[in-house]
Ligand binder design. Structure first.
Ligand SMILES: [Zn+2]
Length: 100
């Protein structure tokens, strides 16, 4: 249930962020990049296509950062995989307390 609520809340918030970005950024100080989207030039590429990079690069950077750095235990399969196998080839460590 919390997943559904957070998904719907994220959707609603991102719709607002998108609307605000379009109105105040793309039609604001970055109008020179967005203008040819509303007044087609007939070229295959538009300056507006730069927004793909402007939005995608930070998004992908955040996804990579969150996936590989910010989630404790996310990469446990790399260290734990052998411990669940029978007849594992990894070294058996003594569980006895050290006498030293
Ligand atoms: Zn526009």
């Amino acid at each position: 249930m919390i997943f559904l609520i957070s998904m719907l809340l994220t959707f609603a918030v991102m719709e607002g962020v998108t609307w605000l970005t379009h109105k105040y950024v793309m039609h604001g100080f970055l109008w020179y990049l967005h203008e040819d989207h509303h007044q087609p030039t007939g070229h295959f590429f538009e300056k507006n296509d730069a927004f793909f990079l402007i939005f995608a690069i930070p998004s992908m950077a955040c996804i990579f950062y969150g996936t590989f750095n910010a989630m404790p235990g996310y990469r446990d399969w790399e260290t734990d995989r052998k411990s669940t196998r029978l007849n594992s080839s990894h070294l058996k460590l003594s569980r006895m307390p050290s006498s030293a």
